[in-house]
Write a protein that binds this ligand. Structure first.
Ligand SMILES: [Zn+2]
Length: 138
């Protein structure tokens, strides 16, 4: 069974691997960058910058897909890695949250642990390795 940190690390590695695997359009440097646009006749909405532009049917869908392009995913992975690094030792007694008095060694006590780590894991709550102990509690 993986720890919360191992789980987040694995999901970020998957996100980065998948983002890097997306083909890059001509004249672009990786990671791929997408933007919403129209086909040459203006009749369809497309996600521009893909190897073979995707028909997104509506401007809203095209914009949504383009906002989550591989270049953005890579920026998010890097930002999340910085946050993960900051909270990696929470619950050890000398972690970032421990020094603020709100970290606890929680998994053994039935709690998820550092709330920032729980937040990092929450987008992956539908992954089969996600443990219910890591669910956000309001
Ligand atoms: Zn923390």
């Amino acid at each position: 069974m993986s720890s919360l940190i191992d789980f987040i690390d694995a999901r970020l590695n998957e996100d980065a691997r998948i983002a890097r695997a997306v083909p890059v359009a001509k004249g672009c440097a990786p990671p791929a960058h997408w933007s919403p646009g129209a086909d040459p006749h203006g009749a369809e909405q497309w996600v521009m910058g893909t190897f073979q532009d995707i028909d997104a049917h509506t401007p809203e869908a095209a914009e949504h897909i383009a906002r989550h392009d591989p270049a953005r995913v890579m920026r998010e992975v890097e930002a999340k890695r910085r946050t993960l690094g900051l909270h990696r030792n929470c619950g050890s007694g000398s972690g970032y949250c421990d020094e603020g008095g709100h970290g606890w060694s929680a998994e053994a006590e039935g709690f998820a642990g550092c709330s920032d780590l729980v937040d990092l894991a929450s987008p992956y709550s539908d992954h089969p390795d996600f443990r219910t102990i890591w669910r956000l509690v309001n």
